[in-house]
Design a protein around this ligand. Structure first.
Ligand code: SF4
Ligand code: SF4
Ligand code: SF4
Length: 283
């Protein structure tokens, strides 16, 4: 697999002078992966792909708008490319997508790789990228049944208990904004949390402001989150952000039969409303 990725990257760089390949290389700990930017064909030997390539690289494409760029993507990450094309942030013609059939990723830290796949990989539906110019690996069928048992558990407790659960989680937020910075769907030039006039969210980290920040961000990603899990991975205080994202994902699948990022041509439901539409009141 890795030789195919290196060969495709080399061929592309030889034909696209000044282009950049965004992929993974071995990190300095000798065990995990880190993003790498390759500009010359002779450098492709540092590319790797294994179960530690957890990062969603699609956000880096925003720094190379209009520039020739090749990118190595897993299926979940590939949906970020479709999302950004659909939202007019990227131009498909300038991107060469090296899609990799994904075996699932594992958590690696403190000098060891966990045996279990990441939680997002345990419920992953799509094992073949949604968009690619070249596919590395054999296309795999989708997982037939959706597993929302994590969401069902929180739906099963009372609204007061749910409120207390999320209050406790969000109180721990230090407002580092790592979740925003890593997210392919968060690209506003000025995030609502940074605006001073009007001041939507207070600058200090406190229970009420943290609540507005975390709930506000989750809703901004509603029917747009592509489930890459990066926000939760980078959160330094371990807030289970994917639980909120997956609840909203489940709602958009149930209500609109919609999965974000599966193609570049279908706009998210909240971008396609008609003036004549009325909302049903949910009790
Ligand atoms: S969520 Fe799916 S596509 Fe993404 S890393 Fe896990 S197994 Fe691969
Ligand atoms: S909200 Fe989290 S899981 Fe969803 S696209 Fe952004 S980083 Fe990925
Ligand atoms: S990454 Fe975690 S701590 Fe940082 S702003 Fe996001 S939720 Fe808060």
């Amino acid at each position: 697999m890795i030789e195919t990725i290196r060969n495709k990257a080399k061929e592309w760089l030889e034909k696209n002078d000044g282009g950049c390949v965004i992929g993974y290389e071995r990190a300095s700990d000798g065990m995990t992966a880190r993003p790498v930017f390759i500009y010359k064909p002779y450098m492709v030997g540092s590319l790797i792909f294994d179960e530690t390539c957890v990062h969603n690289l699609s956000k880096y494409l925003l720094n190379r708008r209009g520039l020739k760029t090749a990118i190595v993507v897993k299926p979940c990450d590939s949906r970020g490319i479709n999302l950004l094309i659909n939202e007019h942030q990227l131009d498909r013609e300038s991107i060469y997508v090296i899609g990799v059939v994904c075996p699932g990723m594992k958590d690696a830290h403190f000098g060891r790789i966990e045996d279990r796949p990441l939680s997002k990989c345990r419920v992953c539906l799509h094992h073949t990228p949604a968009v690619y110019d070249v596919l590395v690996g054999e296309p795999q069928p989708e997982t037939a049944s959706r597993d929302y048992s994590d969401v069902a558990r929180i739906e099963g407790i009372s609204i007061h208990e749910r409120n207390a659960f999320w209050k406790e989680q969000f109180e721990r937020c230090i407002r580092c904004y790592g979740c925003r910075q890593v997210c392919a769907g968060c690209y506003c030039q000025e995030c609502f949390v940074d605006e001073l006039d009007p001041l939507w969210v207070g600058i200090r980290s406190g229970p009420e402001d943290n609540w507005i920040w975390n709930i506000g961000r989750a809703f901004h990603l509603s029917a747009r989150c592509i489930g890459c899990g990066e926000c939760e991975r980078v959160c330094p205080v371990g807030i289970p952000l994917m639980l909120a994202n997956r609840k909203l994902e489940k709602e958009s699948a149930d209500l609109f039969d919609f999965e974000p990022g599966m193609d570049a041509g279908t706009a998210p439901p909240f971008a396609t409303f008609l003036k004549e539409e009325t909302l049903e009141k949910v009790e």
